[in-house]
Write a protein that binds this ligand. Sequence first.
Ligand SMILES: [Zn+2]
Length: 656
Amino acid sequence: MLRSFSPSSVSAAALVAFCIVINCASYSQNSAGPEPVPLPPPVPLPLDRPYEGTISLSVDLTNLTDRILNVHETIPVKSGQITLLYPQWLPGTHSPSNPVANMAGLLAVANGKRVPWLRDRVDMWAFHIDVPKGATTLELTFQYLAPVRPQQGRISNKIADLKWNAVLFYPAGYFSRRIQFAPELRLPEGWKFATALEVKSQNGNVIQFKDTTLNTLIDSPLYTGVNYKRVDLSTGPDNPVFLDVFTDKPEQLEITPEELQYHKNLVVQAQKLFNSRHYDHYDFLFSLSDSVAGQGLEHHQSSEDGTRANYFTDWAAGIPGRALLPHEYTHSWNGKFRRPADLWTANFNEPMQNDLLWVYEGLTDYYGNVLTARSGMRTPEQSRDAIAQIAAAFEASPGRTWRSLLDTTNQPIVSEHGAAPQIWPSWERSYDYYPESDLIWLEADTKIRQMSNGQKSLDDFAKLFFGINNGSYVTVTYTLEDLVKAMNSVQPYDWAGFFRARVYEVAPEVPENGIRQGGYRLIYNDVEPEWAKHADPSRPTSFGTSLGFTVAGQGGPNAGTPGAITDVWWDSPAFKAGITPDMQLQGVNDQAFSISNLRQAIVAAENGNAPIKLLLKRDDQFLTITLDYHGGLRHPHLERVGSAPDLLDAVIAPVN
Ligand SMILES: [Zn+2]
């Protein structure tokens, strides 16, 4: 890979060139070099013992113009070797994703003097320090350099998302739940904030939080901003739930009574589904912004959520992403409270193993979509369309013929090591353990309903598996065997074989039994769902189920230049004709390209014999490619099958 040189790397680059000419390796062996630096000690493994003393952490957020977070940390120490860890593996991302490359300016002081630190040669997140005699504290200062462009990060001039994992070091050798922190935060003047942390005191823009464990601190991020509104969604004093909304502009905080009711319904329906809670109070930290990036990241007692600025002001536009809050809220039960045993780690630098993400994420996606429907956030028809879109995307993606769903659970880690984005995602497969698991869990749910004559469902599994230890947020781990056992106690069946065939083995067939058992079948026609017409115009439009490519319409920050081909489906008509995901579509049937005239050309070809003629540009070359395609637009829908019981509509109906 070619990287541009910065001033500090010019000399290094020159040295590399020099070495190639004179072969430095043999040269240095023959010369008397400096004394070798001793190898750093091994990184101590985490043990279940308390770290003595409380670490004071002070984070200064006042320089948000430059997106620079200044950190001062006071760590109680004894003299001798200590290894400090910058968190590496982050829960919820399921990968070694904490950006250690953005940490800079690290300075350690003991006994009033600067002491050197040495980064581990193998573990880039570990820093060794030899604490001098007599020192009882180590003072650390450093900066976290957040991306300057808000679209690449989570900080703008109006909103900031503070992830504590980016602004702290902690000692190696201890379980993270046994390390105590006293956090303090300095905010820009007048900025408001929300977090699941408990406030100890506030003096103007300086907030001190109650002492907490490292686990709870990292699990309790903070949103701060200029425009803020807290909305009460509680079902009662025993179940306090809040929506903490931060926006670019004050008018984007306005919520209609109908929208408010949908969000209250969500909390009511989640209670009916899980019959428990695993938080003292729950806060949806919710940014509505066209400047900071969107996100969804789960925590025990809160979630970091972010979507477009028009969430409340143009409700119809948000149907595709409507499951965001239901999904993240479900994680409080599935993922945070109950967690696969090999996804539980003793600290934030032990590697995670992702093989049960088809439950952690996949079942959360299923319940999230179910709660989206039951709360009224999507209509039943919109909910069926969402399922149809998932199934249709898999029908157009042949990656399942070589890669099991299980192997896709490694994708968060694979992506950290590879070049993103993917080039041919329909063949490579990516985070398929989310949407494909929706289809598999729908099959399991409708199977239970069929076998029990409607007496049992996956709702019973939710209460059995996630409804234990009401009020506790101490994680209870589980294995595949535990899961199968619980499924069998709801409804006896060969669940081990069921999951083996669909998840653990290569399964070329798209798992559509749940749709059929639900009383529906997948069809394609030229009718675009009404909600799809409100989609974000700056995003590319998919023709994946017809011609086999995705193309940017009007262009924009998320789509590149107009006409840019952003994806080509493997084995699709476009793929077979030689269209590649670096081309730009300029003309359709001798007319200038637009999304609407491309749609018209597809419909015209469906009703006639003439092929579709495309003018494409690749680098400085123009190509004319004709597609002899007559299959129509192929928008996916679910169609009711006459006599079968309507189990799908029973799944998505609100529980009384
Ligand atoms: Zn999730």
